[in-house]
Design a protein. Structure first.
Length: 299
């Protein structure tokens, strides 16, 4: 078990501004403002690179980025960002992960694609990227969580703009902390990529080996598995609590799993049939109506 605390200034370079701007309704092309050095000439050239009809929007994006950086400085010292991860011996067993813990094996059920792909690609499940139990060889699976909490939200509760700015920055800080944590895991803690040498832009483009799907990702859509991750990590160690539906508090929190297989990639489960829904409910040990609620978007 490894737990880390991060400062706001230590994470700023790892913020993925594409998702920050997306939260504010900007297209990814406007996030390129974050890559400028900041001189007036560079900013003027950046705005001029847009069609005339988009320059007002570009100027708006520039101002938003400037205010976000200023807010990050104000949040320093009053924002707590923490990560937690643990590596477990594990194997796949069909569409389940069988995770070895001190208390015994824990079954972590997963979903498999059922919608036929246009290119005839196979139906994927995250367990496909973990060595099967039938191989007789142990594999490893990592689980992680991250949370960002700040007192700044209360200070701006009567200022909707700044309150939203703090919230969206906290979301990005929690993700940036996962980025730094995963880098450490790949190079040292797990050590499956000790010689990895990627720039921060390359990290943000996910050019590294392995994946880290979070709960709610298209390949891990069942929010109720947060309860399983809580059993493995004890999320309260970094201040995360779960509602009765598995939602995390503080809001700027995330959890998920880490896979190292070179072929591992992100994908979407998409629509599933009633046959899989019933099988998955059985594997999760939950009533069918409960699973229907959690997987409504996939039915």
């Amino acid at each position: 078990m490894s737990r880390e605390r991060w400062t706001t200034s230590g994470l700023t370079a790892y913020i993925n501004w594409v998702y920050f701007f997306h939260a504010w309704g900007f297209q990814p092309r406007f996030a390129t403002i974050a890559g400028l050095h900041g001189c007036d000439a560079c900013r003027a050239m950046w705005i001029a690179s847009f069609p005339e009809t988009e320059r007002a929007k570009a100027a708006e994006a520039m101002q938003l980025h400037k205010e976000a950086l200023r807010m990050l400085q104000l949040m320093e010292g009053e924002t707590e960002v923490q990560t937690l991860f643990r590596l477990f011996p594990a194997n796949s067993d069909g569409d389940n992960l069988m995770v070895s813990t001190q208390e015994g094996p824990l079954r972590f059920p997963l979903l498999r694609q059922q919608t036929v792909q246009a290119d005839g690609a196979p139906f994927l499940c995250l367990s496909d990227f973990v060595r099967p139990a039938s191989s007789g060889q142990r594999d490893t699976v990592g689980f992680f969580a991250s949370s960002a909490a700040t007192t700044a939200e209360a200070r701006y509760k009567d200022d909707p703009y700044r309150h939203l700015l703090v919230q969206t920055l906290c979301d990005r800080l929690a993700e940036a902390a996962v980025e730094r944590m995963h880098l450490h895991v790949r190079r040292e803690a797990w050590g499956y990529a000790p010689d990895e040498q990627l720039t921060i832009p390359e990290l943000l483009q996910e050019k590294f080996q392995g994946i880290r799907p979070a709960v709610g990702y298209p390949s891990l859509p069942d929010q109720s598995v947060s309860f399983l991750i809580d059993r493995l990590l004890c999320l309260q160690r970094i201040g995360i609590t779960l509602t009765e539906n598995g939602a995390m508090h503080p809001h700027s929190s995330t959890c998920g799993l880490m896979l190292a297989h070179p072929a591992a990639r992100y994908f979407s489960i998409g629509r599933i049939g009633r046959d899989q829904l019933e099988d998955y409910a059985r594997r999760r040990g939950l009533p069918l109506p409960v699973m229907q609620k959690y997987l409504a978007a996939n039915l």
